[in-house]
Design a protein. Structure first.
Lengths: 262, 228
């Protein structure tokens, strides 16, 4: 089993200067209004709160303009060019692994499932539709891989304990940077815990739209649900995560739930 | 009006794994990959399966004694009786198509198409069926016709299962159920050239019943063997 070295998401964030969560915001996308990417309703979002912050989808690679080469490579692979698999893996494995890591909150399991997903991609390459975007198709296969894993192992409970462990490790291993930094880190841990506490369907809908940048229509196809159903799933997930965050930081709730600007 | 399920504010939630792209990517597992069908090979397999299914139906038509009134019944009536299950099969087949992203039709459209196929069969049979009395008892005759329709449907089902195994990335249960229903409808179309009884009840149960059984079988097979 390949074991990844997990680098912490909090590196380079000292939190000492600037307002609470200031630098965290830029890296982790707090408070961005789906900036500069296709919003879940399928329209371009406004870069509203942090004009100089990277787009939400930029950190993980937006599903959009830069996916076109991936689509072309996948198309070549579907037509029988075996050598394209390595190129495809180099370009897409990170995205697929990112989705799986967010789903299972376990780096080594995400690596294993990524390998499994690419085996499935190889098996199913002939079903890839010419001209279709490759990433939603790959996410759907990765999701199948994850769901099969859940069914096989029945590891829901184990996942929750793993998540707690991962969150704790991250907190302990992170470079020290003052109380505010610690609180910010804790908030990310709270988000991760809240996500892992959600039903799988809510979690995957939320992750696909919030972190993987899929539109409602694409996420609905990946999940095999209607757009309205996906919207409700995402909203419920958001409410649950929001509640967890508010419990953690009552000041946010008193302040109307908005994120302080830098 | 305020949207009670507004999801625009999800951007407020920070990404706990925002650096996941920076994690070192493990190299692709070095395993010997079994040959997998390319798009053209898959298209060839599906065309072969379709051809084989049609040949199977033709072979049964040759083997079986066709209905006695084949040459006396007006052609329009015959065509209508044939067209109803064929239309239902086409609708069901369309519900099973991969759609623009290869993940199946959007759920709403797929559900409507999959339900429209049997609905069309029922409505068209009731409205357009020529009627006529059945000399045999309803139950026994319908059961016999159902069994023969099952025989006519099993071939297309086997060919479809071969051509579509492990090929549904999205919505495998619905799509394979629609495929099974289409196979049942093809069997019903063949049956309409064998059985002369046109009473709606007999056609619905004896000929069309296989559409439901095919859908159920397809759903089960799709769940077990259809998903990638």
């Amino acid at each position: 089993m390949a074991q990844s070295t997990v680098t912490l998401p909090f590196e380079g964030f000292d939190g000492a200067d600037g307002p609470f969560l200031g630098r965290l915001t830029a890296r982790h996308g707090i408070g961005q209004s789906l900036a500069g990417r296709t919003d879940p309703m399928g329209q371009r979002g406004e870069r509203a709160v942090f004009p100089d912050a990277p787009a939400v989808g930029a950190a993980t690679g937006e599903v959009g303009a830069e996916t076109r080469p991936i689509d072309a490579i996948m198309d070549r692979y579907a037509r029988g060019e075996d050598a394209a698999l390595d190129e495809l893996y180099r370009l897409c494995a990170g995205r697929v692994r990112g989705f799986l890591a967010r789903m299972c909150a376990n780096a080594s399991l995400a690596d294993d499932l990524t390998q499994d997903a690419f085996l499935r991609i190889h098996t199913a390459r002939g079903t890839f539709v010419a001209g279709a975007p490759a990433l939603p198709w790959m996410f759907a296969i990765a999701r199948n891989s994850y769901l099969d894993h859940l069914r096989r192992e029945e590891v829901r409970r184990a996942h929750r304990s793993t998540t707690a462990l991962l969150a704790r490790e991250r907190t302990l291993d992170s470079p020290a940077g003052g109380d505010r930094t610690a609180i910010a880190r804790q908030m990310l841990g709270v988000v991760q815990q809240a996500l892992m506490g959600l039903p799988v369907r809510q979690r995957e809908a939320f992750i696909l739209i919030r972190f993987e940048g899929l539109s409602l229509a694409e996420a609905a196809l990946v999940l095999g649900a209607t757009q309205a159903a996906v919207k409700i799933l995402v909203h419920r997930a958001y409410v649950a995560v929001r509640e967890a965050l508010d419990k953690q930081d009552p000041e946010r709730r008193r302040g109307g739930g908005s994120t302080p600007s830098p | 009006m305020k949207d009670p399920f507004d999801i625009h504010r999800i951007a407020d939630v920070p990404d706990p794994l925002s650096d996941v792209d920076d994690w070192p990517l493990p190299s692709r597992r070095d395993v010997a990959l079994a040959a997998s069908p390319t798009r053209s090979r898959m298209a060839t397999a599906r065309a072969t399966a379709l051809g084989a299914a049609l040949l199977y139906e033709l072979a049964w038509l040759v083997v079986m004694s066709k209905r006695d009134d084949l040459h006396t019944t007006p052609r329009a009536v015959l065509l209508t009786e044939l067209a109803i299950p064929v239309m239902a099969a086409l609708l069901a087949l369309f519900a099973a198509t991969p759609g623009a992203l290869g993940l199946g039709q959007p759920k709403g459209r797929m559900t409507v198409l999959a339900l429209l196929a049997p609905a069309l069969f029922v409505a068209a049979t009731v409205v357009m069926s020529p009627g006529g009395a059945d000399a045999e008892p309803f139950f026994m005759h319908s059961l016999r016709c159902f069994a023969w329709t099952a025989v006519y449907s099993i071939g297309p089902m086997v060919f479809a299962a071969w051509a579509f195994r492990r090929s549904f990335v999205g919505a495998p249960v619905w799509r394979s159920a629609a495929l099974g229903m289409a196979c049942g409808a093809v069997g019903a179309a063949t049956m309409s050239l064998v059985c002369a009884v046109g009473s709606p009840a007999h056609v619905l149960v004896g000929h069309g019943g296989m559409m439901l059984v095919g859908a159920a079988a397809g759903a089960w097979l799709g769940n077990r063997f259809g998903r990638v």
